[in-house]
Write a protein that binds this ligand. Structure first.
Ligand SMILES: Nc1ncnc2c1ncn2[C@@H]1O[C@H](COP(=O)(O)OP(=O)(O)OP(=O)(O)O)[C@@H](O)[C@H]1O
Ligand SMILES: [Mg+2]
Length: 244
């Protein structure tokens, strides 16, 4: 099994507060969609923050391509190829689509290359090209999420991490977002996402991670998790809805 990122036994919390993560593990393999599920407050967002350097692990290890990331700053982690789209999406609402893309490329020193990549991204996502000069804050939720993903892809990251990309979107649009992720995956991208709707997330992913009380309870192929009676009972709303 080739792995790109491995989190093992990570303990982390906010400031001097209690540990929120109490031994979280996670494996990310190239070219797959990985989905972290778990109840509210389980520590899903905290786990992503501990990977990208917003929080420093107190114990355990985050290893990316054989290199320890523990203690690196978010910009250092980004430069190594891990892009992060936070739960709140972090777009600049008063800037246009094109300006938001430009801001996303701030770590690229080569302006000409940045412009080339922006044009390329706009070609890939026609919905954004049509709205290149529109202010991001005036777009629909789905369009804003598409922009967040496109902006992350601009840096050609080795892993894209998305915290609740479906948040606040209508069900049909949620499927569109998963279809974009699958398109990116089929082109070779590696994706790690957190999804509140566990069923939906796992059905659209290759690999699943069940997190509760800051601990990884299980990780494995998404299909296995979907068919595990205990996980169905505890995290997928019981057998009947799991079969739906
Ligand atoms: N900035 C913060 N400062 C202190 N505690 C925090 C902070 N952010 C989150 N927490 C606490 O960490 C715990 C886990 O939160 P986290 O946001 O990681 O959960 P989550 O699994 O992402 O939940 P949700 O599904 O609601 O997004 C919660 O008890 C929360 O109150
Ligand atoms: Mg969260």
């Amino acid at each position: 099994m080739s792995e790109l990122l491995r989190v093992s036994g990570v303990v982390a919390g906010y400031g001097s507060g209690p540990a929120i993560l109490n031994g979280s593990d996670l494996t990310v393999e190239p070219g797959k969609i990985h989905c972290i599920i778990g109840p509210n407050g389980a520590g899903k967002s905290t786990l992503l923050k501990a990977i990208v350097g917003i929080l420093k692990p107190r114990e355990g290890e985050v290893v990316f391509e054989g290199e320890r990331l523990n203690g690196m700053r978010p910009d250092q982690v980004l430069r190594r190829g891990i892009a992060f789209v936070p739960q709140e999406r972090a777009l600049f609402p008063k800037m246009s689509v094109r300006e938001n893309l430009r801001m996303g490329g701030f770590v690229l020193d080569d302006r000409v290359e940045l412009q080339r990549r922006i044009d390329e991204v706009l070609e890939r996502f026609p919905v954004l090209k049509e709205r290149a000069d529109q202010l991001a804050g005036t777009m629909s939720g789905g369009q804003q999420q598409t922009l967040s993903m496109a902006r992350a892809m601009l840096l050609r990251p080795k892993i894209v991490m998305l915290d609740e990309p479906s948040l606040g979107l209508a069900p049909k649009i949620v499927q569109d977002m998963f279809d974009i992720m699958k398109m990116l995956r089929d082109e070779g991208a590696t994706i790690l996402l957190v999804e509140q709707n566990a069923m939906m997330g796992l059905k659209n992913s290759d690999w699943g991670v069940v997190l509760d009380l800051g601990r990884t309870l299980f990780e494995g192929p998404a299909k296995e998790i979907l068919s595990d009676p205990r996980i169905q009972e505890l995290y997928l709303g019981g057998r009947s809805s799991a079969a739906a």
